[in-house]
Ligand binder design. Structure first.
Ligand SMILES: [Zn+2]
Length: 471
């Protein structure tokens, strides 16, 4: 007897059990209920995937959306629309907003704002600075982990960094101890502030304002030294740490050794450290300004083996929209432009192109885009893989024909600052994005009523129900 479900996608190349499987995937009440070859199930809605890839929805571990303040840079609605267009079904939002979520009241306001607008599911990191008295309450409110910076708030951006900074070793040690009591993972922006401050002052005093000066102001050893220290503190406190946007192979080597000793140390890197280097990025000036900076060609090449050997756990986009005017200021003085760029709509195509070029396998790309983030942050198997019983978060991706990156088509509010891959031919055009059983994005168009479909992932509600969680 045939069974009716909400939706069946047929003729897909489904990424299932670490490999591709040609068949159908059935979805009912927001969950995957069937993956197979026979025709026993019928969908109220049926779709032909035309042999395209059906992959787990992307999980982006590194996202900046500023709302409720600075909506001119983008809103939860505009930026999660861009995420959906980039094949992302879950984001982990970082606390640099004004104000950041360092206490439960601010967190709740941001949850409410995001709930009303988001196309995709979202989790929040809690800000971890000197306000350790709120850590327990933030953990109870269901944050995915904590995020901290090792420097003082950036000049003129005090509001955005309030409660997020452990700016000396004492604050760091105390803060990590407080995080350890919650059992959650601490995500760290690891760069040594004292080195950066001294280097920046020396360069500025010498009249340097050019793009390369930014790179020189944040040398590789500023990252390496911070990573080394945090690994030691984490070992003493037995606390899981996720290193954000790792840019140096030397850092990854230390992370690899810590992992081998059984420490719960995780590494994120970002496309800019894999696909760009100081030379190739030079002409983009402030549009290629990131913290940490884009590194040398040698560094870039040496990052890749750490993807293959499992040292890098996930590739986050570090998506953050800025205004054209804000970035333009950096042509005269690179130190006056904000660091960061938009990345949702290129993250998956860049990795799919690397698969096409045989730099990594498809299974590795899926690990880096979805599965491992879900595993590290305890969302697996509900998120991150296509499995019966899991949330029906999936994407249909065309890897047969290349497309030309055209930022004017991007849905992010920061499309004007998206310069880095403009005009490149990439593989991995996202055709459809489904979040918990509902297509929120299809062939360039958003589902009209999709804004607000996205749900807050409250990790304090994680309860095992069979093989699945319920939020
Ligand atoms: Zn960031």
């Amino acid at each position: 007897m045939q069974k009716y479900v909400d939706c069946v996608i047929r003729n897909g190349n489904i990424f299932y059990n670490h490999t591709l499987f040609h068949g159908s995937i059935g979805v009912d009440e927001g969950r995957i209920v069937y993956i197979g070859k026979d025709n026993l199930i019928v969908g109220k809605k049926e779709m032909d995937a035309d042999g395209d890839l059906v992959l787990p929805g992307g999980i982006d571990t590194h996202v900046h959306i500023r709302e409720p303040e600075m909506c001119q840079r983008g809103t939860f609605q505009s930026e999660t629309a861009a995420a959906a267009a980039g094949g992302i079904t879950t984001i982990f939002e970082m606390p640099i907003s004004a104000p950041p979520q360092y206490c439960p009241e601010i967190l709740q306001k941001r949850i409410d704002t995001a709930s009303a607008q988001s196309y995709i599911d979202f989790a929040f990191y809690g800000a971890a600075g000197r306000e350790t008295q709120y850590f327990k309450a933030l953990a109870e409110a269901g944050i995915i982990g904590f995020k901290t910076f090792l420097f003082s708030p950036l000049p003129g951006r005090d509001q955005e960094f309030r409660g997020t900074c452990m700016d000396d070793d004492g604050a760091l040690w105390q803060g990590m101890r407080a995080v350890a009591e919650t059992g959650l993972t601490l995500a760290v922006h690891a760069e040594n502030d004292a080195i950066i401050q001294r280097c920046t002052a020396a360069l500025r005093n010498g009249g340097r304002k050019d793009f390369a000066a930014h790179g020189l102001s944040r040398p590789p050893h500023a990252e390496v030294q911070a990573v080394e220290k945090i690994i030691r503190y984490a070992s003493l406190l037995n606390i899981p740490v996720s290193f954000c946007h790792v840019s140096c192979p030397e850092s990854l080597l230390m992370i690899k050794k810590a992992k081998a000793k059984g420490q719960r140390i995780f590494a994120e890197t970002c496309p800019q450290y894999l696909f760009l280097n100081e030379e190739s990025a030079l002409g983009y000036g402030p549009y290629a300004k990131f913290n940490p900076p884009i590194r040398s060609r040698c560094h870039q090449e040496e990052m890749w083996p750490f993807l293959l050997d499992g040292t890098v756990d996930y590739v986050g986009s570090d998506h953050g929209a800025f205004l054209f005017e804000e970035k333009e200021r950096g042509w005269d003085d690179i130190f006056n432009a904000p660091a960061g760029s938009v990345g949702f709509e290129v993250r998956l195509p860049l990795l799919m192109t690397a698969v096409k070029e045989k730099k990594i396998s498809l299974a590795k790309a899926v690990d880096l885009l979805s599965r491992q983030a879900a595993q590290v942050f305890d969302l697996h198997p509900q998120k991150g893989s296509l499995l019966p019983g899991a949330d029906a978060d999936l994407i249909i991706v065309d890897v047969k024909t290349p497309f030309i990156v055209k930022s004017s088509d991007f849905l992010t509010n920061g499309r004007e600052i998206a310069r880095l891959y403009e005009g490149q031919a990439l593989y991995g055009k996202v055709l459809h994005t489904m979040v918990r059983g509902r297509f929120v994005y299809s062939r360039g168009y958003l589902c009209e009523s999709g804004a607000g479909w996205g749900k807050y992932i409250n990790t304090s509600l994680l309860q095992r129900r069979g093989s699945c969680f319920s939020w």
